[in-house]
Write a protein of this length. Structure first.
Length: 365
């Protein structure tokens, strides 16, 4: 059931209108611009859009385009509109961005065999809409593992999609527990709701991820790499690399301007009601700038600490940044099994590792 994805995604909508003079006629649900063309700006009939920047809050609405000309756009389902004279500062965006990057994660979870719960109130990625304010919750989903240990050692993750520093900055928050209420609340909480992870603004981004019924890891970064999110969770392995019911290895890392502003490295042991959290990953690595051995690049296992180091995790490995280009792949033997990994680059994750010349390989199979 293991799946791996790598693709470019969009953080923002590919179709947008900013700081434009637009008036509203409530009776006909019409937005009229005084210059330029909706058609030239690539808006199309039937497209779902989001308007912001109006003084009347009821005019900052979302909905489908039901009629369109060069100067006028009619919005279906807009019941809160009021007449408002033309003024500058009106903005209109499509929903392409959030539906794109959130859809990649949703597709990865589905293809990896995770099960989405039946909790009420969840929002499919295809139905997410753009934010109209910073710090706005746009929707959530709850997923659970689907392996042989799920019955005895369950794991549920709530993923919230939201805006962060501005309406164009996408973000996520996570809550992890042993069950869900059916109404969108995680029960048996092992990791309380994390601070919203800000992935920064930008028109382009890339997504790398892989998963199986017992694990998930993904990396989402903007085109400038000034902000990124790395998420990894897997069951604790035994000395042979087999899953145990003892706990989980969790990493959530937000990178901003090449420094970590939010890091969670946890060895979660629910049976002990204990979570060990640190701000740096544990890796036994050479201190020099040459890890090569013969014709092979050098990689180092990563361990999580709870008094003593865990057995090496399988989702992530450490490598020397100069040995592999970003998004390059390497086959690595770990626990006697060869697996494929992809490099994410030190400029997007340097703050989570002790050696600034090293970075992380994310499992890619």
């Amino acid at each position: 059931m293991a799946k791996a994805f790598a693709s470019n995604v969009s953080f923002l909508a590919s179709t947008s209108l900013s700081a434009t003079n637009v008036a509203v006629t409530a009776a006909t649900k019409t937005f009229t611009r005084s210059g330029g063309s909706f058609l030239t700006d690539n808006f199309v009939l039937g497209q779902n859009v989001n308007w912001t920047g109006f003084s009347a809050s009821g005019n900052n609405v979302s909905g489908p385009i039901t009629s369109l000309s060069s100067s006028q756009m009619v919005l279906g389902g807009a019941t809160t509109l009021v007449d408002e004279a033309s003024a500058s500062g009106r903005n209109c965006y499509t929903y392409g961005g959030i539906r794109d990057w959130a859809g990649r994660l949703e597709a990865l979870l589905t293809a990896s065999g995770w099960i989405q719960t039946s909790d009420a109130g969840q929002t499919a990625a295809s139905a997410l809409v753009n934010a109209t304010a910073s710090g706005q919750l746009l929707g959530y989903q709850i997923w659970r593992m689907n392996d042989a240990l799920q019955a005895s050692a369950p794991l549920f993750i709530k993923i919230e999609f939201l805006s962060t520093g501005s309406i164009t900055n996408p973000g996520m928050a996570f809550t992890i527990g042993t069950g869900s209420s059916g109404g969108g609340v995680i029960t048996g909480v092992m990791v309380a709701r994390t601070a919203p992870v800000n992935m920064g603004a930008g028109t382009a981004a890339f997504f790398i991820g892989s998963g199986d019924t017992n694990r998930l890891c993904f990396f989402l970064a903007g085109n400038t790499l000034s902000a990124s999110l790395l998420f990894s969770i897997e069951r604790t392995p035994d000395s042979a690399g087999a899953d145990t019911s003892d706990g989980f290895l969790l990493l959530i890392h937000e990178n901003s301007s090449s420094s970590a502003v939010y890091v969670v490295n946890q060895l979660i042991r629910p049976s002990l009601l204990h979570q060990a959290t640190s701000t740096a990953l544990g890796a036994f690595a050479p201190s020099g700038s040459n890890w090569a051995l013969g014709g092979n690049i050098g990689v180092c296992p990563i361990r999580f600490f709870d008094g003593a180091p865990s057995n090496p995790c399988r989702n992530l490995l450490l490598y020397l940044d100069s040995d592999l280009v970003r998004r390059g792949t390497a086959d690595v033997a770990l626990y006697g099994t060869t697996r494929k990994y992809m490099a994410i680059g030190s400029d997007s994750i340097s703050s989570v590792v002790a050696n600034g010349s090293s970075s992380l390989l994310i499992r890619y199979e």
